[in-house]
Design a protein around this ligand. Structure first.
Ligand code: HEC
Length: 498
């Protein structure tokens, strides 16, 4: 059903004002009538309220699409002129109908998340775009208008720290891959302990920077990070799932799970990540930051010198420290039907992990099975994996994320599943490695002793046929690991603990 448009409403308003007003309005309407006649069947618009481009559609494209779809932006084509939009009307209709654009991975089972309204289309906006296209995608303007830049201003008392790549880096491909994951070690030059209150990425070559994850490097790990950096030619080192820096002082899996070194994850067009008022990520004097940048080589290999911008306040500001809780679940993913090869055998695949990454990596699969109360001697293989963790102390959940690699299908983080107090904290029903972020809950969630958080992942070994480079397509029994051909199932919770 179509709503009565503004013109219909203003008509009844005019009648109520008496004859004189009607006469004036009639004279004023002559040029308008001319326009309506010229626009042919658009003359119906007055009664059926067909959406207009300039009035209804352009503002939506400008606010919700053109931040990425601009010249030099991450998206493959710009929405700058009205023709840019009209000429792609059928494709736009399909991505909008299927909710593929704008990209917003959380599904309808997720709770309300900060930024959702700015990033997604409302039902009404979706309807407006689809009706405009169904009615012929007619134009009454030339331009879409300039998108607003979503760069937030630092607040009073905040120091802005810009972390720039030491030298420009030319993204490169390993064995024909179309993505390059590179970790850069940058120095925020902290002479005192601080809290990070917001983090943002300023991509230099916005067309190639697909996403960025920031990790803290505590003083005890700086030497390890510098070794990695020195060993690899050029600025930074190649890294895939994480930073590749070993846990400090040999803390095994489990040790670092309650306070892990994440700062934030960022994707283009998603603005900045300002942590909740009164909270911040603590960063000790002498810490470094790893900027993991995912370059999309399909958009070129222009040398890039992106920067991360952190706003900090001194530790004396007494903010509540944001800590990152990691919720890993074991991955025991057998080869898909029809796949075969020596690495489809679990033991052979385990030896391969040890060969590539050392003894520690070989212990991770068994460690995770034990951590999650599963049988480590004869593990059950399957596409779905879960892990429950008991919350030991009062905890306020502020933000939540999920992490898998290329064979991930979906991931969910929930509190107290199967009880009357059950609630979903994040549901990503169609996992996309290329759109990673940490989502701030619109309302913080309190939990405490007796509560359980569960992470559930579904993997799909058939996705391997799409993996890059081609060498990543070798069939294998897939377990937890850092590499492109390994997998993860990781819930990420940013919490404060009073
Ligand atoms: C956060 C950045 C971002 C925003 C916001 C965004 N897009 Fe995209 N868009 C992309 C990227 C990147 C691609 C390339 C495909 C991919 O990586 O998913 C794309 C691809 C597309 C495509 C081509 C799809 C295909 O199958 O070839 C269309 C059409 C599109 N976007 C329309 C829109 C519309 C309409 C909006 C706003 C309602 C929008 N996009 C908002 C980043 C964005």
């Amino acid at each position: 059903m179509r709503r009565p448009g503004p013109r219909a409403r203003s008509g009844s308003f005019v009648r109520a004002r008496g004859l004189l007003v009607v006469a004036i309005a009639a004279i004023a309407a002559v040029p308008l009538l001319g326009v309506l006649v010229l626009r042919g069947d658009d003359a119906q618009a007055g009664t059926t309220a067909s959406p207009g481009f300039a009035r209804d559609v352009a503002p939506i494209i400008r606010d919700k699409c053109a931040g990425c779809h601009r010249l030099g932006g991450i998206a493959p084509f710009p929405f700058r002129t009205a023709r840019d939009v009209a000429s792609r009307a059928p494709l736009i209709a399909s991505v909008v109908r299927e909710r593929r654009m704008p990209p917003w991975p959380p599904g309808p089972r997720s709770p309300r998340l900060v930024g959702q309204e700015q990033r997604t289309l409302t039902t009404r906006q979706r309807d407006t775009i689809l009706r405009w296209i169904a009615d012929g995608a007619r134009l009454d303007a030339r331009s879409v208008g300039r998108p607003a830049t979503a760069i937030p201003k630092p607040r009073a008392g905040e120091t802005v720290r810009t972390l720039t790549l030491p030298v420009p880096y030319r993204p490169r491909s390993a064995g024909g891959a179309t993505d390059d994951y590179r970790c850069f070690l940058v120095d925020p030059k902290l002479t005192e302990d601080v809290f990070v209150t917001a983090a943002r990425i300023d991509p230099d070559q916005a067309a190639v920077v697909h996403h960025v994850i920031l990790f803290k490097v505590p003083p005890a790990s700086v030497a390890d990070a510098q070794r990695l950096d020195a060993k690899a030619p050029g600025p930074g080192w190649s890294c895939f799932g994480g930073s590749g820096i070993p846990e400090p002082d040999g803390r095994g899996l489990g040790g670092g799970l309650d306070d892990a070194p994440w700062i934030t994850a960022w994707a283009p067009g998603w603005g900045s990540d300002r942590f909740r008022e009164g909270t911040g990520v603590p960063l000790a004097a002498g810490s470094r930051v790893v900027m993991q940048v995912h370059y999309n080589l399909l958009n070129g290999r222009t040398p890039d010198r992106s920067s991360a911008v952190l706003t900090t306040v001194p530790a004396t500001a007494g903010l509540r420290p944001l800590q990152t809780m990691l919720l890993p679940a074991p991955v025991e993913l057998p080869c898909a039907k029809g796949e075969s090869g020596p690495l489809c055998d679990r033991t052979a695949a385990l030896f391969d992990l040890v060969r590539k990454y050392g003894q520690g990596a070989g212990l991770a699969p068994a460690g995770l099975l034990l951590l999650c109360g599963k049988n480590a001697a004869t593990p059950r293989a399957g596409a779905v994996t879960t892990c429950d963790r008991r919350i030991g102390a009062p905890t306020t959940m502020q933000a939540v994320g999920g992490h898998m690699h290329l064979l991930g299908r979906s991931i969910r983080v929930e509190l107290n599943p199967g009880t009357p107090r059950a609630r979903v904290l994040l549901d990503l029903p169609a996992w996309d490695f290329h759109w990673q972020a940490i989502y701030q809950l619109a309302g913080p969630v309190q939990a405490g002793p007796g509560d359980v958080v569960r992470v559930t992942c579904r993997h799909d070994a058939t996705l391997r046929r799409l993996a890059e480079p081609a060498s990543a397509r070798t069939p294998r029994y897939t377990m937890w690991g850092e590499g492109t051909t390994d997998e993860m199932c990781l819930g990420i919770l940013q919490v404060t603990r009073p």
